[in-house]
Design a protein around this ligand. Sequence first.
Ligand code: DX5
Ligand code: ZN
Length: 213
Amino acid sequence: MVSPSLLSANFANLEAEMKWFNQSSADWLHIDIMDGVFVPNISFGFPVLRHVARICCKPLDVHLMIVQPEKFVGEVKALGAYLMNVHYEVCPHLHRVVGQIHEAGMKAGVTLNPATPVSVLEDIAADVDLVLLMSVNPGFGGQKFIPHTLEKVRQLRQLLDRTGSKALIEVDGGVNLETGRQLKAVGADVLVAGSYIFSAPDPLKACEALSAL
Ligand code: DX5
Ligand code: ZN
């Protein structure tokens, strides 16, 4: 599956971007919300996303790079989101937050930064629908893929099998045709790609190429 990241879209013409996107092979639209606190950047917020949600025909895969993401479960739900991803590093009461996301009727994803080991998921894996592994330090598009992520995907696959979890494995950052192929080979289910798709001369073709891996 492929989840193109809105962060690399042309914000001056989101309607045109959504036109090709809606007809593409993409499975979800990945939405990166940043707060300038948890990550050193600010992207966009709910007033902008309400417009995007209105013209996007695909399920929304929302990635919150913010502190206290539990405050925004209602706002994310109001967008009509399919999946809400929160970072492990900002949730001391992760089990409660996952429950709140489920109660709101959304799928729950837990995201790990590059330096956070997959072993921290041991006691929550069976309760989540997806694990998002960051393959760059979150905050910016266009960064270089961290190769150690491949080993983390392998470890995560084992942990999910061992704990009986049906969670999907999603990977975010520096994904292109080459790193995408490597990730699929070790067991990744969903590839997030920003610059590789949106900066391509033909985004539709770039998206299709990733879908075909
Ligand atoms: C990074 C974001 C990513 C970003 C990926 O903090 O979480 O989703 O858009 O961009 P690329 O694919 O260009 O690395
Ligand atoms: Zn993301």
